[in-house]
Design a protein around this ligand. Structure first.
Ligand SMILES: NC(=O)c1ccc[n+]([C@@H]2O[C@H](COP(=O)([O-])OP(=O)(O)OC[C@H]3O[C@@H](n4cnc5c(N)ncnc54)[C@H](OP(=O)(O)O)[C@@H]3O)[C@@H](O)[C@H]2O)c1
Length: 289
C-alpha cells in the first residue's frame, strides 16, 4: 500500500514516519516538493505518486500569526484540504485528515464529544473547521481526527520552547486558566496507523493523550521531568498568568479537553496518560541531544 504523507517535515509528519508499520510504502512530501496551495501541481503530483492513502499532516499551525494572515491560513487549512478530498473522490484514494480542539468554543464543563457543537473563536480554529468540512463533504473515503496540544522531539512546540526559555531565565509566567490535554505526536501517529488498519465507519474521531492540565501545569511537569531525566540542572519558577494578562493575539478555548471514548472503543486503544507520554518524549529528546 502506498501512503503519501503531506507536511512530512512537521511534528506529526515525522512521527508518522518514525512509527509506520512495516510493509507500507511511504511517500514523504512537504511544501518544497508538494505545495498543497498550488492546485495544478498538486493534482499532477498526486497522480504521479498514485497513492492508495493520503495522510494530511500539513497545516498552517501558527495560531497567533493566523489572525494577521487569514487568507493564507484558509488556503492551507481549508482550500487545500478541499483539493485533496477532490482528488480522493476522483481516484478512490483514502484521506486521513487532522484537526484541532480549537474548533470548540471552550466553555464546556466536560470533555468534548466529536458531535458536540463547534464554535471556533480564532482564525486558525475557523480555518481548521472549514478544512474538516471540506474533507468530509469532498470525499466519502475521508476520516478526520481532532487532537490537542501536540508536542514531539521534532519541530517546534511548547515543550521545546519551555526548555529553551528555562535555560536562560529563573522565572517564567505561563497561562494557568486554559485546560487541555497535551498529546505526544508519536501517540497520535500510532493512532492514525491504527485508524488506517481498522477504517471505522465513523468519519470524525478524537485523539488526545489521557488526562488534563493547564499550560502552567504542563510547564511545571516539563521542568520536573526534564530535571529527573538529567536534561536540565536547574528548575525555573513557573508563575501563573491569566489568558487576558498574557494577551496573545488569537483567542483560545478556556477548556478544550477532547472525549476519546468513541476512539478507544472503535480502534481498541487506550491512550497513555499525558505525563507518562511526556517522559517518553523527553527520553527520546535526550537521545537526540
Ligand atoms: N501543534 C499543535 O499543538 C496542534 C494541536 C491540535 C491540532 N493540530 C493539528 O495537527 C496537525 C499536525 O500538526 P503539527 O504540529 O505536526 O504541525 P507542524 O509541525 O506545523 O507541521 C505542519 C507542516 O505542514 C507544512 N506546510 C505548511 N503549508 C504547507 C503547504 N502549503 N503545502 C505543504 N505543506 C505545508 C509545514 O511546513 P512549514 O513549516 O514550512 O510551514 C510543516 O512542515 C495539523 O493538522 C494541526 O492543525 C496541531
Amino acid at each position: 500500500m502506498r501512503i503519501l504523507i503531506t507536511g512530512a517535515d512537521g511534528q506529526l509528519g515525522q512521527s508518522l514516519q518514525d512509527t509506520a508499520p512495516q510493509g507500507l510504502e511511504l511517500i514523504a512530501t512537504d511544501v518544497h516538493n508538494l505545495n498543497l496551495c498550488d492546485e495544478a501541481t498538486l493534482h499532477a503530483g498526486l497522480r504521479a505518486h498514485a497513492p492508495d492513502v493520503i495522510i494530511n499532516a500539513a497545516a498552517y499551525t501558527a495560531v497567533d500569526k493566523a489572525e494577521a494572515e487569514p487568507t493564507l491560513a484558509h488556503a492551507v487549512n481549508a482550500d487545500a484540504v478541499a483539493g485533496l478530498a477532490r482528488y480522493c473522490a476522483e481516484s478512490g484514494c483514502k484521506l486521513i485528515h487532522v484537526s484541532t480542539d480549537f474548533v470548540f468554543a471552550g466553555d464546556a464543563l466536560k470533555p468534548y464529544l466529536p458531535d458536540d457543537p463547534t464554535h471556533p473563536a480564532s482564525v486558525y480554529g475557523k480555518t481548521k473547521l472549514a478544512g474538516e468540512r471540506a474533507a468530509l463533504e469532498g470525499s466519502r473515503d475521508a476520516r478526520v481526527v481532532r487532537t490537542s496540544w501536540v508536542y514531539s522531539e521534532h519541530g517546534h512546540n511548547f515543550v521545546k520552547t519551555m526548555l529553551r526559555l528555562g535555560a536562560d531565565r529563573d522565572r517564567l509566567t505561563v497561562v494557568s486558566d486554559q485546560t487541555g490535554s497535551p498529546t505526544y505526536a508519536r501517540n497520535l501517529a500510532t493512532t492514525l496507523w491504527r485508524l488506517l488498519h481498522v477504517w471505522p465507519d465513523y468519519p470524525l474521531l478524537h485523539y488526545a493523550d489521557s488526562g488534563e492540565t493547564s499550560w502552567q501545569g504542563f510547564a511545571k511537569a516539563i521542568f520536573a521531568d526534564a530535571a529527573e531525566a538529567g536534561l536540565i540542572s536547574r528548575i525555573p519558577e513557573v508563575a501563573p498568568i491569566s489568558t487576558s494578562d498574557y494577551g496573545a493575539p488569537a483567542p483560545r478555548p478556556a477548556y478544550s479537553v477532547l472525549d476519546t471514548s468513541l476512539t478507544r472503543e472503535v480502534l481498541g486503544i487506550n491512550p497513555p496518560e499525558w505525563r507518562s507520554a511526556l517522559r517518553e518524549m523527553l527520553r527520546r529528546l535526550d537521545q537526540e541531544i
